[in-house]
Design a protein. Structure first.
Ligand SMILES: [Zn+2]
Length: 148
């Protein structure tokens, strides 16, 4: 019981420290000179569009493209994961090509839908199987692994 409370207290302290750091960073923007804010925003937008064009993980975005260290992981995490996971400039063209090829499985793969025919739920699990790598919703994962 005491271990759980200690763990909860530690998580609470981490959450408070993260919130304080985010507040500090938000306030720093308020004191930024207009031209500096414009230059930094322009630079960041350029790198975000490169990420959307070329792809890459969240870590690649913040460490390699933007040049930050591990201290940037937490404060940039929420929006950075959205950019690296959801912002894809090739999405429309890839879907268009799959429609031209009338390849419904490719469309489902691009959109991130379960690989079971007729299932249109989003993928929640990726796992190896005898038929190759599978990506399914949680219901079909449980069904394939005899869980209920
Ligand atoms: Zn499914």
């Amino acid at each position: 019981m005491s271990d759980k409370k200690d763990l909860w207290d530690a998580f609470s302290k981490i959450g408070e420290a993260m919130a304080a750091r985010e507040k500090e960073l938000d306030e720093a923007v308020e004191y930024c000179e207009y031209d500096m804010k414009l230059a930094v925003t322009r630079w960041v937008m350029k790198h975000i569009v490169q990420q959307a064009s070329e792809g890459g993980s969240y870590r690649y975005l913040i460490y390699d493209r933007l040049g930050f260290g591990p201290d940037a992981y937490a404060p940039l995490c929420s929006d950075g994961l959205t950019i690296s996971n959801e912002f894809d400039l090739n999405l429309r063209e890839n879907i268009r090509n799959a429609i031209i090829q009338n390849d419904m499985n490719k469309i489902k793969e691009i959109v991130g839908l379960c690989d079971v025919e007729g299932c249109n739920r989003y993928i929640s699990s990726g796992w190896p199987s005898d038929e190759g790598y599978r990506q399914t919703c949680s219901e079909h994962y449980r069904e394939a692994h005899n869980e209920s």
